[in-house]
Design a binder for this molecule. Structure first.
Ligand SMILES: [Zn+2]
Length: 79
């Protein structure tokens, strides 16, 4: 019996799929097999925070800019 292959897309090795044995989630230790992702809601929030650089394009800040622009436009009337 052979372990199931990882099969992740390789960027080296002539772009052949990874031949490492896969772990429980179907990927090898080098291609995310060890990671099962954040388990708690708190851990998820912490991960999102860690990956945000400035938040300029977050849905929240886009909506805020849109709102401010609408107020300015309304205040200026038809110019
Ligand atoms: Zn792999």
């Amino acid at each position: 019996m052979f372990a199931k292959k990882c099969g992740a897309k390789a960027r080296t090795n002539d772009h052949k799929p990874c031949r490492q044995p896969a772990m429980a989630n179907g990927r090898c230790r080098l291609h995310g097999g060890k990671s099962i992702g954040p388990k708690t809601e708190e851990g998820r929030k912490r991960m999102i925070q860690a990956n945000i650089k400035h938040g300029f394009y977050s849905a929240e800040s886009i909506a805020e800019r849109k709102h401010v622009r609408a107020i300015i436009k309304a205040a200026m009337g038809n110019v």
